[in-house]
Design a protein around this ligand. Structure first.
Ligand SMILES: C[S@@+](CC[C@H](N)C(=O)[O-])C[C@H]1O[C@@H](n2cnc3c(N)ncnc32)[C@H](O)[C@@H]1O
Length: 300
């Protein structure tokens, strides 16, 4: 017990702790997304999206990591099918670990990747035959290049809509296509705020002179992954945390008592996060859409 508390009464340790705190700085999810980093350690195909199940009735109990990775390749295929002019350059915005870009490279498509996340850029730059990768937020991306296709594969939700439309307008070739796959909120009110409101996207499409060349609600096809994640939380993570808590009570009852407020705050935060992957709630409040937008060719 003495050993546990001694750093709190040691001035040298306290100064060092303060310096460490200053050096570590504020957590900026855009440049160092720890959640995506965690997923990238679990899945080994460098894809960080929910995948696409052809069989929408696949039960979560029968999905292995291999099945999930296959579903992610299928998702990449669905996107690749929408690239019509394969000779023009493609930009993969918010490329994650570069899985989709690499998949497109194997199809002979000239793709460049972009991410603001330093873990992702470091990883992609170490790949032997990886894509050219730009390290930038898309909203701040400066380039003279123009692209025939721009892809936002589960990345639009992280971007500011107005700035993104302005940027895409600037770098898309006439007649170019913009492929978007992502979660959207059906209404303003939602128990979890991830994803843009679908009405906001539709307004911007009109305002910026784009037309919808193709659209599909692929919620049923991503739902098996959501059910799988929810099952893991429900059947492994929650029981495991209860087990750890009970064990903690018996091993260090005094510490258990003193950390009550911290544990409660973690519990409230986790409950909120779990709501985002609750399948029934997702269907009620959100949609997972595939949009292909096309820029009108200006008449001469
Ligand atoms: C869920 S991951 C999707 C990764 C990848 N597109 C895929 O399908 O595997 C979201 C990606 O968006 C990126 N991102 C977040 N904010 C961004 C921004 N402002 N500009 C560009 N990309 C961003 C993240 O770093 C990450 O690479």
């Amino acid at each position: 017990m003495k050993h546990f508390f001694s750093p709190f009464f040691n001035p040298v340790k306290l100064v060092k702790a303060y310096r460490f705190h200053k050096k570590t700085g504020r957590y900026d999810r855009t440049v160092n997304d720890l959640e995506l980093k965690l997923y990238s350690k679990i899945l080994k195909n460098d894809m960080l999206h929910l995948g696409y199940f052809d069989d929408v009735n696949t039960a979560p109990e029968f999905i292995s990591i291999g099945h999930l990775e296959q579903a992610q390749y299928r998702y990449a295929e669905i996107i690749a099918e929408q690239i019509l002019d394969k000779d023009l350059p493609v930009l993969d915005v918010g490329c994650g670990m570069g899985g989709l870009s690499n998949f497109l490279l194997t199809k002979g498509i000239n793709v460049e990747a972009l991410t603001p996340d330093r873990n992702q850029i470091d990883y992609i730059e170490r790949l032997e035959h990886g894509p050219v990768c730009h390290h930038s937020r898309f909203e701040d991306f400066r380039t003279e290049n123009k692209y025939g296709t721009i892809i936002n594969s589960e990345s639009l939700q992280y971007l500011n809509l107005d700035k993104t439309f302005r940027k895409v307008d600037h770098i898309i070739l006439p007649g170019g296509r913009w492929i978007i796959t992502d979660v959207f909120r059906r209404h303003e009110e939602s128990s979890n705020q991830s994803g843009h409101r679908i009405g906001d996207l539709l307004c911007r499409i009109k305002e910026h002179g784009w037309k919808i060349a193709y659209e599909r609600d692929i919620t049923p096809n991503i739902l098996p992954t959501l059910k799988l994640l929810h099952m893991y939380v429900d059947r492994y993570l929650i029981p495991l945390s209860h087990y750890a808590e009970e064990k903690f009570t018996y091993k260090k009852a005094w510490l258990f008592y003193l950390t009550k407020n911290i544990r409660q705050a973690i519990f409230v935060k986790s409950k909120k996060e779990i709501l985002a992957i609750q399948p029934e709630l997702f269907v009620a409040e959100k949609k997972y859409m595939l949009y292909v937008l096309q820029k009108e060719i200006p008449s001469s």
